[in-house]
Design a protein around this ligand. Structure first.
Ligand code: UDP
Length: 403
């Protein structure tokens, strides 16, 4: 069990003292987070660390997950893609399915806590149950250029919240409610990110039969078209023409992402004739993901669209050179040629990978700069403080003594 004081060696005593001071102000409040999957993807990843730490700080925090079948999650995946600006065929029936399943959740879920913190569009309609408590809608998606039809549908719910939270300035949009900018974070002490011994890393490589006799290029991501696994394979093929290397595509699926298996099978089909491509369906083993990231020479994140891109944060924290598309929150994390390399195409990504493989010292420097950037901006301690200040601000009526 990780304790809040365990973070002192990573971020310093003053940061932890600050967290304890702010948490005192929230001792009488109960908070409930609601999202659509207990594992898989960045939202579940963050909640699994924030919720226990808030409780340890004395802020009573719960986490509940809505229920929805295949057809509901097919619709919400279309919403997800459409908010990211992808063209999706969404018809009247889709909206009806969304509303029907939302009504079931509305009738079953208890939302009496002081603050209800709703993550992403799937549970957004629960706001119909709002009484005199405070409600926050947290958008983890790049909503800078959303499909109008879907956004206008969601907006009818959003405007009834007390506040909305976005991950990057570009993701916000005109709304008649208060908006906050809070970027996601990683937990440096979790199994996903803690330091690992050589033995721990080697045991994972051995388990999956991954040899380290050639450079290893890795993308860790859900099998999702917006993560562009097929593009990653193209990048690898271009690099391979000049430098012998291996590609690792490791990912899992999430209950709220019904496309996962289909994309996974597509990737398997495309890669079955190349022994140097390893495709793993991981089923959420944090320590193993950590080991694979640490064992890699370069981490790729060739997303077509991205919310924040926690996999980039995780790789930078491990001081890995990262080659990533300049989309969504990735540009908040990587300064081109300083803390990683940004790319815009398959050719660009392949060029960047070769540049690093040909000059490992350069890759090392990028990785070290990336790690410091994460230390200063994207660790969970900063996130905890900003969320607690957000909670407090919901009760702020203009008089500082009223907080
Ligand atoms: N992840 C994982 N296992 C997998 C694939 C991804 O644990 O097989 C984790 C990954 O390490 C990261 C999160 O899921 O913590 C993905 O977050 P990100 O913001 O990169 O993308 P999202 O899936 O939310 O679009």
């Amino acid at each position: 069990m990780i304790k809040i004081d365990d973070y002192i060696p990573v971020v310093g005593q003053a940061v932890i003292d600050d967290l304890k001071r702010v948490s005192e102000k929230l001792k009488d409040k109960k908070i409930k987070n609601i999202n659509s999957t207990p594992v898989g993807g960045g939202v579940a990843e963050i909640l699994s660390r924030l919720v226990p730490l808030l409780n340890e700080l004395g802020v009573l925090t719960y986490w509940d997950v809505i229920k929805g079948g295949k057809s509901f999650f097919e619709v919400t995946k279309k919403f997800h893609n459409a908010i990211h600006g992808k063209k999706e065929e969404i018809n009247k029936k889709d909206f009806e399915i969304f509303l029907e399943v939302s009504e079931e959740n509305i009738s079953q879920m208890l939302v009496d806590e002081d603050i209800i913190f709703i993550h992403d569009p799937q549970p957004i309609a629960l706001i119909k149950k709002k009484k005199d408590n405070r409600w926050i809608w947290r958008c983890h998606i790049d909503a800078s250029n959303p499909d109008k039809k879907v956004w206008n549908f969601l907006k009818k719910f959003i405007i009834n919240y007390d506040a909305a939270v976005f991950s990057a300035p570009a993701f916000s949009s005109p709304l008649p409610i208060r908006q906050f900018l809070i970027s996601p974070s990683i937990d440096p002490l979790s199994d996903k990110n803690r330091e690992l011994s050589k033995e721990e890393i080697n045991a994972v490589l051995k388990k999956y039969g991954i040899l380290k006799d050639k450079p290893l290029i890795t993308q860790i991501s859900r099998f999702d078209r917006l993560k562009d696994p097929i593009g990653v394979i193209e990048v690898y093929k271009k690099v391979k023409k000049n430098i012998d290397c291996r590609l690792l595509l490791a990912g899992g699926t999430a209950v709220d992402d019904p496309e996962g298996m289909e994309v996974y099978n597509e990737v398997l089909e495309k890669t079955k004739h190349d022994k140097d491509i390893i495709v793993l369906n991981m089923q959420h083993n944090d320590l193993e993901i950590n080991a694979l990231q640490r064992a890699s020479d370069i981490i790729l994140q060739k997303s077509i669209k991205e919310g924040f891109g926690l996999t980039v944060t995780e790789a930078l924290w491990k001081a890995k050179p990262v080659v990533a598309s300049n989309v969504g929150g990735i540009s908040l994390q990587i300064t081109h040629k300083y803390s990683g390399l940004l790319c815009y195409s398959i050719d660009g990504a392949a060029f960047a990978v070769k540049q690093i493989l040909n000059n490992p010292k350069y890759g090392e420097k990028l990785g070290q700069n990336g790690r410091e950037h994460v230390r200063n901006n994207f660790l969970i301690t900063r996130h905890l403080k900003e969320y607690m200040l957000l909670f407090l601000s919901l009760y702020y009526k203009g008089d500082i003594n009223n907080i």
